[in-house]
Design a protein around this ligand. Structure first.
Ligand SMILES: *Cc1c(COP(=O)(O)O)cnc(C)c1O
Length: 451
């Protein structure tokens, strides 16, 4: 069996890791994981790390869940994969049935892809193609919110607004119309989250007054802009935006890739409007964190605009080799079996415990705010609580908290200087306490010598 050091060394000779300056690994080599169970990751020496961020937000019910494992083993002996053009299989059909049942009302069609970015690309293409099929080929642009993130393939990156990922590739990207985000962190004194949402809607209306005729769709991350620093907003924005999109005749794409499947306290974040988007993008938690899979759900009226004689050339010709992979669909079905009303009720209690675990941090002079939406909790660290002036990026404060937490056995990978908890739903109250205690200690350690 390899050991930690061997494997890290072999890794650094051949691998190129995502979202990583590889030179950092000279100082902090990658951590080899031998196995995982529940919320725990374990390396080759038996050291354990609590996966407080669900392995980049994908895991819902812990690692190596017996029910998902059993379903996959069964599927493996039956059918691993078959192309989904001209053919079909039970997991793909059952999953589409289940998703359309639980999604916001009206979303009755399911199109599969194999990762989140691809789902976004599918939704963008479907929207433009719908308008073309309807005789409005001029509607080809998109509206996006400030600080939004929708993935990193060129189309998805093109409708995102996080500079860190976007700037370098700007020459290759779409030019969406960028509109004020309802992000409640922007509230001025005396303003509520709802007031900010209203301001953002007014900005959206103004932009649509000018651009509505050339816009195919508005794309949003409902309730939480995750990669943009776990920025959160008032649910009233969702219903108001739905009305606004209807008024101006543009589609609404809800990217619930990160927030779907119970993360925000409801099965889907769109339920909190409530509103039904024209396109709902799902991935990440869809398979419980087991396999890559994504789905775009849409309305029957949109599906109908593509339904015609072959010669009419209206078909949606988008495909990925692994579209609707049988193993991935089966993992998703097993995950949905676990995701019941009871899960949401239990999560409510867990969410309260998460908040309580950080009680002593509320008044800390370097904590701008602790915000929470369901099972997502974020701590925004700043140099000055009053002015919210951020720390100098070069100080890599968040990264320091990350390293301190790792040495205490908790994986808390930050977004810049925003630390956050987004744990698997199987986390226990004791594990939440450990997570909270470690975050607080990590923040104190990282801040030493700073003030
Ligand atoms: C992660 C994410 C994506 C991209 O999904 P990938 O599977 O990483 O391509 C898109 N949108 C949102 C909101 C995400 O959080």
């Amino acid at each position: 069996m390899p050991n930690n050091q061997d494997l890290a060394q072999r890794d650094l000779k051949v691998l190129w890791h995502p979202c990583t300056q590889m030179k950092d690994h000279e100082q902090w080599p990658p951590i080899p994981i031998r196995r995982a169970f529940g919320v725990w990751l374990e390396d080759f020496e038996g050291t354990r790390y609590l996966d407080a961020i669900s392995s980049w937000w994908v895991n819902l019910f812990g690692h190596a869940h017996p029910a998902i494992n059993a379903a996959l083993k069964d599927q493996l002996d039956t059918l691993e994969h078959v192309l989904l053009a001209g053919f079909t299989h039970e997991p793909a059909v059952s999953l589409a049935e289940r998703l359309t049942q639980i999604a916001p009302k009206g979303l009755s069609r399911c199109f599969y892809a194999d990762n989140g970015s691809s789902a976004v690309e599918v939704a963008l293409k479907m929207s433009v193609h719908y308008w073309r099929n309807q005789g409005q080929p001029e509607k080809t642009r998109f509206m996006t919110l400030q600080n939004s993130y929708h993935g990193e393939t060129l189309g998805a990156l093109g409708v995102g607004d996080v500079g860190l990922y976007r700037e370098t590739y700007d020459a290759l990207l779409l030019t969406p119309i960028r509109v004020m985000s309802p992000d409640a962190y922007q509230r001025s004194e005396g303003e509520t989250a709802k007031d900010v949402a209203l301001r953002a809607i007014a900005a959206m209306k103004q932009a649509l007054d000018t651009h509505g005729h050339e816009v195919a769709a508005v794309i949003i991350e409902p309730l939480v802009q995750c990669a943009g620093g776990m920025r959160m907003y008032d649910p009233s924005y969702l219903t108001l935006l739905r009305e606004t999109c209807d008024h101006y005749g543009v589609h609404l794409i809800a990217d619930e890739i990160a927030v779907g499947f119970g993360r925000t306290g409801t099965l889907f974040a769109s339920h909190q409007g409530p509103m039904t988007p024209d396109f709902l993008c799902l991935s990440k938690g869809l398979t419980g964190g087991y396999l890559p899979l994504s789905a775009v759900l849409t309305l029957e009226s949109i599906y109908d605009a593509f339904y015609a004689e072959h010669a009419a050339g209206k078909a949606f010709l988008h495909s990925h080799s692994y579209t609707g992979n049988a193993l991935a669909c089966r993992a998703a079905l097993a995950t949905l079996d676990l995701l019941t009303e009871t899960t949401l009720i239990r999560n409510h209690t867990l969410a309260q415990a998460m908040k309580a675990s950080l009680e002593t941090l509320q008044d800390h002079p370097n904590v701008a705010e602790i915000r929470q939406t369901g099972m997502i909790l974020a701590i925004e660290l700043v140099k000055d609580k009053k002015t919210r002036e951020p720390f100098d990026k070069a100080e890599r404060l968040g990264h320091r908290v990350y390293r301190h937490s790792l040495s205490a056995g908790v994986l808390l990978r930050p977004l810049g200087d925003v630390m956050y908890f987004m744990p698997p739903y199987v986390i226990s109250h004791d594990e939440i306490e450990l997570m909270g205690k470690t975050a607080i200690e990590g923040i104190h350690q990282a801040l030493k010598g700073h003030r």
